[in-house]
Design a protein around this ligand. Structure first.
Ligand code: AMP
Length: 335
């Protein structure tokens, strides 16, 4: 029986943090056995915000390595680099012609990101690329005829646009694209260590997040200095910093420790030092094999180059077939 296809992508914007791992990458790893998975390192998307060319290239290769180190298997899944599959950008143009200006203007991420750019450096500007980014995203999904896309709340609107594009294309040129459905999985949301009311993110600065490949002593140090009580929560509610440490322990699969510490918390005997020790140790233990695998892979540049080329080639041959069909349907010359 044919497996359903799942597609998901990640931008190569630097190091993966434990929030990305628990919230997205671990789920990708788990989906590999049940679905036919296609995962992408989407370097073209990273060009929509101000960036450095040298860093983009390095980050793209590093993200490819990091995803494998974290458990993605290029033998089980297709793991492509977006710019090595030029059919995505060709399909984007065709899709741009069935996407309305109005629906792109309503994308909340466009509004958020353009505000961010306008507040930044004087030399930066809001590019047409940022505006049409969701069309490229629709091409990423539809070119592989994906059945499911794992989504978080922030991506729901973009997936809906991809469905609208598929429907409009099918109405205009004949039934061709399946409508990709969201795949919801319960994933933990990690908060910043230094400001636990906010989501853990790299852009907040080094003390706010823990990298998935961070050195053991640095992990322990960051957990030790995590904010716990921010000063008396109303109604005896657990403070966000303490709750975040509990979330980390549970996400690491340390359920017995989690229950015992929660019990201590409930009867008022919990020492935050113990909570932090368990959280730090759990993270160190979970991430150790990832660090080792990353070190091993990073030494073998030839292997990485070969894996990138082979995997992107698999993606290209699939994408090429879709693009040829689309050209046929839309009246373009083919051949
Ligand atoms: P980003 O680089 O922020 O686009 O995130 C890449 C993926 O990681 C997305 O699927 C996010 O939903 C997920 N993610 C990012 N930050 C967190 C976090 N603090 N907790 C859980 N998931 C996260």
């Amino acid at each position: 029986m044919n497996k359903k296809r799942v597609l998901s992508c990640i931008q190569p914007t630097g190091e993966i943090h434990i929030g990305n791992y628990f919230g997205a990458v671990r789920n990708w790893v788990n989906l590999q056995d049940k679905y036919d998975c296609v995962y992408g390192v989407v370097d073209l998307h990273a060009m929509t915000m101000p960036y450095s060319p040298k860093e983009l290239r390095q980050n793209t290769v590093q993200m490819f390595i990091d995803l494998i180190a974290a458990g993605l298997d290029p033998q089980k899944s297709v793991l492509f680099v977006q710019s090595l599959v030029p059919q995505h950008t060709e399909l984007t143009w065709i899709f741009s012609c069935v996407t309305s200006y109005g629906e792109l203007s309503r994308m909340t991420q466009f509004k958020d990101k353009s505000d961010q750019i306008e507040k930044g450096s004087k030399n930066s500007f809001v590019s047409a690329g940022l505006f049409s980014y969701p069309v490229l995203q629709a091409a990423d999904i539809l070119i592989y005829k994906a059945d499911f896309v794992p989504v978080g709340k922030d991506q729901e609107q973009h997936l809906e646009l991809s469905r609208n594009i598929a429907v409009r294309f099918n109405n205009q040129f004949g039934q061709y694209f399946p409508e990709p459905q969201p795949l919801y999985t319960e994933v933990p949301k990690l908060m910043s260590l230094a400001d636990p009311e906010k989501k853990m993110s790299k852009s907040m600065g080094n003390k706010h997040f823990i990298g998935l490949f961070e050195a053991e002593d640095s992990i322990r140090k960051k957990v030790k200095s995590a904010v716990t009580d921010t000063g008396g929560q109303a109604g005896g509610q657990m403070s966000p910093g303490v709750a975040n440490l509990f979330t980390i322990i549970k996400a690491c699969g340390k359920l017995n420790e989690y229950e015992a510490l929660l019990n201590d918390y409930n009867n008022g005997s919990l020492q935050y030092k113990d909570l932090k020790d368990v959280a730090g140790n759990s993270l160190v233990e979970l991430t150790r094999p990832f660090r080792l695998k990353r070190e091993e892979l990073s030494k073998d540049t030839q292997l990485i180059r070969r894996l990138i080329n082979e995997s992107s080639e698999k993606a290209r041959s699939f994408a090429e077939k879709t693009l040829n069909d689309v050209k046929e349907l839309t009246g373009l010359l083919n051949g």
